[in-house]
Design a protein around this ligand. Sequence first.
Ligand SMILES: C[S@@+](CC[C@H](N)C(=O)[O-])C[C@H]1O[C@@H](n2cnc3c(N)ncnc32)[C@H](O)[C@@H]1O
Length: 372
Amino acid sequence: MSKRIDSQKIMLEHSEAKVKLLNKYLDRYLNIISNDKHTKKISVFDLFCGEGIYENGGHGSPLIILNAINKLHELNTGSIKSIPPINVFLNDKKLEKVEKVKSIIREQELHNEAYGKLNFTNKDYKQIIPKLSTYLRNLKDEKAFIFIDPYGYKEIRASEIKALLESNKAEILLFLPIQFMYRFDEKGTPISLKELLEDLVPDDTWKSNNSVYQFIDQFKEAFKTSLGSTYFVDTFTIQKDPNTVYCLYFFSSHIRGFEKMLESKWEIDSNEGKGWKYEKSGNLFSDFKTNKLEEDILKYLAIKPRNNKEIYNFTLHLGFLPKHVNEVLSALQDSSKVIVTLFNGEKARKKAFYISYDYYKEEHPKAMIKLV
Ligand SMILES: C[S@@+](CC[C@H](N)C(=O)[O-])C[C@H]1O[C@@H](n2cnc3c(N)ncnc32)[C@H](O)[C@@H]1O
């Protein structure tokens, strides 16, 4: 059995890490959206769904999705009066894979019709994107989550991600075998990578990279530039072995959805935060997180004082959570490097920075933070 076939049939650790993130994110996403008192319907699209189960019993994305929906209902029988219908769309180009996943779902009774519809298609992803973008744009009180998990990256285009995000209704999780892309990058950008990046970075601005992680970051920055500041992008890296790194890129047009995604990411690897490691090597990076954020916050405040809403937004764009920036700001406050003033004229409490989605949502900022 070739290595390629092997990883397609048997769930390896990196696939496990991938679906673990998908699972954690979906649990949060579904819970929040179901409780927002606004959303009337949720749609989950798995555009490269595979056959659902691996030979060693590992669950693929379709099973993760359906189990997350079932769990949501089981856990919330009392507290959520009416969970909106959650429709699931499973697609794979190969008919036999779709048939297989269909029969597994039936045998294991994983789909409850009372929770929403389940649709199967066996189309090429390329055919789906234009229709899906139009469909998303027309949604009213509905939200969508899209999982894109191809074997390679040759078919994916940044412009397709953008088209899906432009609806402002969708969150996207994209899995890319980044190590292969990086290897090609070392040898000179191949046509397929250029095609993916084409509308992201002009040829002359793409820098050569010293490590796969640098490549991942440059790629993320390219996505950010192309999508603009209304959209959020972050990554979650999975290192299978020293020579193989995979990466999940996640995209959102909604800051709250993005925060949930970051929470999932940080929960899985609360120590390093930059991704799940195949084998953890102590906490080498444990103080890296604070330093990097501190550095960026100091630069940001050096330009001009910022209010609590701006800092919340800035922190999330950097891939950090409010609790991280609170830690940084507390330390800066303790060493008298920053001061906080309240817009209502009251005296600010120590260690209160008002950095959360609830304060962000308010019409006016509450506090101003400036360097001393
Ligand atoms: C990495 S696997 C998906 C694994 C699955 N998400 C899981 O968690 O088990 C990629 C799948 O995409 C399908 N595929 C490949 N090219 C496609 C295309 N152009 N459109 C739709 N599906 C495609 C393959 O048949 C394969 O099942």
